[in-house]
Design a protein around this ligand. Structure first.
Ligand code: PEP
Length: 265
């Protein structure tokens, strides 16, 4: 990639599998092995797998995909029963961590200030946080998408301060709540306009951070959407929930996404 390439061409373009709270040891091990075989020697862009915590070490030897966690504590260590720290995730081989997923916001009541502290802790520990932002159907219907996204993003950037501007590890994911698990992905026009909004907000803080930060899309992605989204300038990666548990479908998504560099068919 030459120094004169457009900024988007220099950003990382990961495809991330979020297994949520599904599976068991045997299933995850077989799935990981099958994915390694299908990905081949060197996938052209990062593939990241986020299993439930107890199964992280199953993937310690994976060579063709990176490991991520689905959540992280905001504290470094201490008497926090049931929590898992960023340093522990690093110790188990994680490179990435999903933070602020809408299911944690909804079911665990996580709010922007806590999420911002988790992001700060993850960055300080050398993890790549994938910060999820998205509006609900009611917020979308009320025309509040921009307000919701900007508030969540600014909470993170304010807490991070110079760490956010300086860190090359920050990732964002636009995940509209109404698209997650619904089988109804956001259309390319919606995705393009929200990603452009997020890029503009990043740029208002710092041009280098804006050019460098990958913005992923998540919400009912299948191979068809990967093919549509790969052409959009501000869409740098995919976060895949349900479809990732079928190794053939997940591999088809990776292939469709990674084909981005090739002429469109
Ligand atoms: C997710 O949970 O992050 C997600 C995108 O789920 P799904 O692909 O099932 O909509």
């Amino acid at each position: 990639m030459s120094a004169s390439s457009p900024p988007g061409a220099r950003r990382s373009r990961p495809v991330v599998a979020n297994w949520k709270m599904y599976g068991d040891r045997r299933m995850l091990a077989a799935w990981g092995q099958a994915l390694e075989e299908r990905l081949g020697a060197s996938p052209p862009a990062p593939v990241v797998v986020c299993p439930p915590f107890p199964y992280l070490l199953l993937f310690a030897g994976a060579r063709r995909f990176a490991l991520g966690a689905q959540d992280v504590a905001d504290e470094e260590d201490g008497a926090y029963t049931g929590c898992v720290s960023a340093a522990m995730l690093r110790d188990c081989g994680c490179r990435y961590v999903i933070v602020g997923h809408s299911e944690r916001r909804t079911y665990q009541g996580e709010r922007d200030p806590l999420i911002a502290r988790k992001v700060a802790g993850a960055l300080a520990a050398g993890l790549r946080p994938i910060v999820c932002l998205g509006e609900s159907q009611a917020e979308r219907d009320a025309g509040r998408t921009e307000e919701i996204l900007v508030r969540a993003l600014e909470a993170v950037l304010d807490t991070l301060g110079p760490l956010g501007v300086e860190s090359p590890e920050l990732h964002l994911a636009y995940e509209p709540l109404w698209a997650i698990g619904s089988g109804r992905p956001a259309g390319p026009e919606d995705v393009a306009s929200v990603h452009a909004l997020l890029r503009r907000r990043l740029r208002a803080h710092d041009a280098t951070m804006a050019d460098r930060t990958p913005i992923l899309y998540g919400g009912s992605v299948r191979a068809l959407q990967a093919r549509e989204l790969r052409a959009l300038e501000d869409v740098d990666g995919l976060l895949v929930g349900g479809a990732s548990r079928d190794v053939d479908e997940f591999h088809a998504i990776c292939r469709a996404w990674h084909d981005r560099e090739r002429p469109q068919d």
